[in-house]
Write a protein that binds this ligand. Structure first.
Ligand code: PEP
Ligand code: MN
Length: 337
């Protein structure tokens, strides 16, 4: 249920209602919006709960949340959440561009990529140090050494670092180096991992599982939010269908659909979404036109020799050309890069 507080409500009234929600056996999430403060009361409710909350001090109304996800729902918070990490903003008029290699391979590779993507206008640097590979024989990532290289690249360029964490035990270590913790498609329903990043003070980029429905994605986000971490961005990275011309099928209707259902910002990953470098720029342009709040794009100094995902990675010139094109599309929809 949403306990909508009256304008000008006092902190004491909010505290009182939080205690009342908790005394009724529910969890209280206070969401302070620009126009109103609401308390999302989640958990099983007893008979008479609505009436009892309605009579509380400072309460304007109590309304049920109809969606299965609660704190993520747009009903609870009408304005879009802006996820912030350093100079990176996801959910504002400026579209976030997170670019970099699939995997961190060595210091030179990540530093030159950071410089290259920054020069072309990226605000975030991606790079996997813990790689969840389909085959155990594929490159698994440089682990903590790779994280140190990412942090060094951030120190030089100021780009916010986005990198994947694959197990709950590693969350504190990855959070030491990363600005945004990426949860990969394969781990979208790893609930212990979601709870662990929910307890972190780092922002989270949650990728959609290749076979997950949008409700499942939102319920996965709910795990993170419910643990008290409100800094969550969602990422559509393509789903598995019968189509095999692209690596996955990238459904861009996800963007406006999610914008209707949730206040969490939406990022599109056209690299994994298509699997082909030659499709990436077109899908970036389309994603911006559809209202995406951010792009996550794989960029490599020498894609043919990348240790992972070379076929879908742009080189620096291709990335710069993609950015120049996207600047124009963004302007057409009142956004900027
Ligand atoms: C990645 O971003 O490199 C990655 C592994 O993506 P996904 O989890 O979407 O497959
Ligand atoms: Mn990849």
């Amino acid at each position: 249920m949403i306990v909508v507080m009256k304008p000008g409500v006092t902190q004491a009234q909010i505290d009182h209602m939080v205690a009342q929600v908790e005394s009724l056996g529910m969890k209280a999430h206070v969401i302070v919006g620009t126009e109103r403060t609401v308390i999302a009361a989640v958990g099983s409710k007893r008979d008479g709960t609505k009436e009892s909350l309605e009579s509380g001090p400072g309460v304007a109304e109590v309304v049920p949340i109809s969606a299965p996800y609660k704190v993520a729902s747009r009903e609870v918070k009408p304005e879009t959440t802006v996820v912030t990490a350093g100079q990176l903003r996801i959910g504002s008029a400026q579209i976030a561009v997170i670019a970099g290699p699939c995997s961190v391979e060595n210091e030179q590779q990540i530093l030159s990529t950071a410089r290259g993507v920054k020069a072309a206008g990226a605000t975030g640097l991606r790079g996997g140090a813990f790689k969840p590979r389909t085959s155990p024989y594929s490159f698994q990532g440089l682990k903590e050494e790779g994280l140190k290289m990412l942090a060094a690249a951030r120190d030089e360029t100021g780009l916010a670092v986005v990198t994947e964490v694959v197990s709950p035990e590693d969350v504190d270590m990855v959070a030491k180096y990363a600005d945004i913790l990426q949860i990969g498609a394969r781990n979208m329903q790893n609930y212990r991992l979601l709870e662990a990043v929910g307890g972190s003070d780092r922002a989270v980029l949650l990728k959609r599982g290749a076979s997950a429905t949008i409700d499942e994605l939102l319920l996965a986000a709910e795990y993170v939010l419910d643990r008290g971490n409100p800094h969550v961005a969602l990422c559509e990275r393509g789903i598995r269908t019968f189509e095999n011309h692209t690596r996955f099928t990238l459904p861009l209707a996800t963007v406006p659909y999610l914008h209707q259902k949730t206040h969490l910002p939406v990022v599109i990953d056209p690299s994994h979404g298509t699997g082909h470098a030659y499709l990436v720029a077109d899908m970036c342009a389309a994603a911006i036109a559809a209202g995406a709040d951010g792009l996550m794009v794989e960029v490599h100094p020498d894609p043919p020799h990348a240790l992972s995902d070379g076929a879908q990675s742009l080189n620096f010139d291709q990335f710069a050309a993609m950015m120049a094109r996207c600047v124009k599309v963004a302007a057409a929809v009142d956004r900027r890069l």
